[in-house]
Unconditional design. Structure first.
Lengths: 108, 112
């Protein structure tokens, strides 16, 4: 069963506009949620974890258990945010499940 | 080393040949994963090792694919009788508990 869903394969926004990358999950327990980012020609890297409740590079993500969502948001997109973004879920056995990714393009 | 190391970084092979891809995880990380990223596609899970438990091989696309992890550290992904559709970037990642993955930079496999 698909545990992590990223409904948008491609997303384009203008520089300075708000951006939201959607992620929904299905899991009966208490998952840990993550966002990973892959910039062009770089390795995949951790962007943020829900448990840390942090803001990285202006991005935030709030775990909404009622809506089973973990959307990634940034109020003002920058050109350097253009990348591939993956939402991921870790179950209680530390097995990770990735979404199919969203390619974000920020238009100058 | 400080990160996850994969070798080779690039591999070109002829159709029908066998290839071995190597992953050196971060020391002490108990979990190790192999993923495949095809052009324009997302990540495809291949196999998962956790400590001494039997690996989860549910993502391996065919019996031409196999992987092992020796001594709970280095892992080798082997593809036998390679096909052109095997061309992709093969990513290895390791993690400790639920702190998130650390990925290697991948091995770009091209089957000609």
């Amino acid at each position: 069963a698909q545990r992590v869903t990223q409904p948008e394969k491609l997303l384009s926004v203008f520089k300075g506009a708000p951006v939201e990358l959607k992620c929904n999950y299905s899991y009966s327990g208490s998952p840990e949620l993550f966002w990973y980012v892959q910039y062009s020609r770089q390795r995949l890297q951790l962007l943020l974890r829900h448990i840390s409740r942090e803001s990285i590079k202006g991005f935030t993500a709030d775990l909404n258990k009622g809506e089973t969502s973990f959307h990634l948001k940034k109020p003002f997109a920058q050109e350097e945010d253009s990348a591939m973004y993956y939402c991921a879920l870790a179950d209680t056995g530390n097995q990770f499940y990735f979404g199919t990714g969203t390619s974000l393009t920020v238009i100058p | 080393g400080a990160g996850v190391s994969q070798s080779p970084s690039n591999k070109v092979t002829e159709k029908g040949k066998d290839v071995e891809l190597r992953c050196d995880p971060i020391s002490g990380h108990t979990a190790l994963y192999w993923y495949r990223q095809s052009l324009g596609q997302g990540l495809e899970f291949l196999i998962y090792f956790q400590g001494n438990s039997a690996p989860d091989k549910s993502g391996l696309p065919s019996d031409r694919f196999s992987a092992e992890r020796t001594g709970g550290s280095v892992s080798t992904l082997t593809i036998q009788r390679t096909q052109q559709e095997d061309s992709a970037v093969y990513l290895c990642a390791s993690s400790l508990a639920n702190y998130g993955y650390t990925f290697g930079s991948g091995t770009r496999l091209t089957v000609v």
